[in-house]
Design a protein around this ligand. Sequence first.
Ligand code: ADP
Length: 407
Amino acid sequence: MSTQQPLVLVVNSGSSSVKFRLLPADGGPSLLAGLAESLGTTGPARLIIRKGEARHVEELPGNCHMTALRAIFSHIERNGWLHRVAAVGHRVVHGGERFARSVLVTPDVIADIEAVSVLAPLHNAANLLGIRSCSELFPAIAQVAVFDTAFHQSMPPEAYTYAIPFRFYREHGIRRYGFHGTSFRYVAQRAVEMLALDPKDHGVVIAHLGNGASVCAVRNGASCDTSMGLTPLEGLVMGTRSGDLDVGAAAHMARVDGLDLTGVEGLLNRQSGLLGLSELSSDCRTLELAADTGHEGAALALDVFVHRLARYIGALATSLHRFDALVFTGGIGENSARVRDMTLKHLRVFGFVLDAKANGHMAGGVCGRIDSGTGPQAWVIPTDEEGLIARDAVRLTGLHEPERLAA
Ligand code: ADP
């Protein structure tokens, strides 16, 4: 790798945090990564930077996104890399129907992101803060927006339309959009390579299982169905989110607890899922340890998580024309042999046979096959959302052209 090779900064700007990674434009490991947290809160904001094995923590006196990004840029400068930053790739949560792929940021694109922000006000506002701060700090550096929803824009109407009065879709865009699209797109591409699938004739179901979790059916490289909906609340049981729930149950919860709709929405987003069920933790690893020592709530939470997951995988398989493989990814999918084992057992009707030894080896970023059967294959493929955002930024800013790389 040339020492003057262009670099891409990947920014994931949340409501109270900014995560970042600085990567070489031609791929390879990140040079610098980190997290600014507690932004805009009453607590002291701080920046944590990782460079190789070294870790540096500093307080952020300004306590806002602009200060955080300025501090991040100043670390890049101190390492002598600032002049090599040729593009910034931003994660944007909701692209609505306007964005089916990643785009170069222009004033029109910002206006369009604002227009769809009504569908995810908190997330998109935070993402826009990151975009605006970077454009203000470094107007000469090209910016690219990569949308969580974009990959699912290939879903057919029967998969994305809610059975509610149609005017809600027509007038307000209320439909299923799906999320985790960058992860699904990356893993779907890797699955074609790893499993030597025919790019024009394959069907896989990908389970992205992290704090947020969703499943996607991918037909010939395109999303044709997914478990999340208008918001990331629908579908699977998650760390603190309930996933699917009878709306009648939500209404009854509101009545018995004296809550309004916003109150119930908050309860279902932040106090439910693994946390609500176990009354212990939203963290899968903690629950596995607790279940082993007899914690009934933890065991129940894991059982409900896996039951819902298996049900969704089965349902999404019916959106495919063939079922080549099930792929696990995300923090739980990549690391929890127990959840994978339980899930494949639930799915025995599909003919999955677990290779327990191979399953036990898959953790910490290892990629490989975990079944030994003759039915659909089961795989673990670690995701790399930041890597894909960087590659989109490289492609859209023309950095992959040889003359630009040599400059
Ligand atoms: P996010 O959605 O915030 O990006 P991650 O993809 O990092 O989340 O996933 C976090 C989840 O992965 C947590 O529930 C954590 O407990 C789980 N996890 C990480 N490592 C393991 C492990 N070795 N065994 C079981 N669960 C794990």
